[in-house]
Design a protein around this ligand. Structure first.
Ligand code: SF4
Ligand code: SF4
Length: 73
């Protein structure tokens, strides 16, 4: 199964919970501040995302959306 996430960089407060939660270590921080003055999280190796949603489950700001495709289409 392949997945994809979308992080709302303006909602992100840079807590790193998602970075710690991703079993594949796919998430890290951007190099630039968002409007709230935080370095937001972003996915670095998006092609490896499985869509497991562990990152989104940990996000206190509900800033991560997860999309999945099952490969049957
Ligand atoms: S959905 Fe799973 S694999 Fe994809 S970035 Fe989030 S924790 Fe990592
Ligand atoms: S868990 Fe949410 S708020 Fe925290 S760094 Fe990740 S996206 Fe940002």
């Amino acid at each position: 199964m392949k997945g994809m996430i979308k992080i709302d960089r303006e909602l992100c407060k840079g807590c790193a919970y998602c970075i710690e939660a991703c079993p594949l270590g796919l998430i890290s921080f951007e190099d630039e501040f968002n409007a709230r003055g935080f370095f937001p999280a972003c996915i670095k190796r998006a092609d490896q995302c499985t869509g497991c949603a562990m990152c989104a489950a940990m996000c206190p700001e509900i800033a991560i959306e997860v999309f999945r495709e099952d490969g049957n289409g």
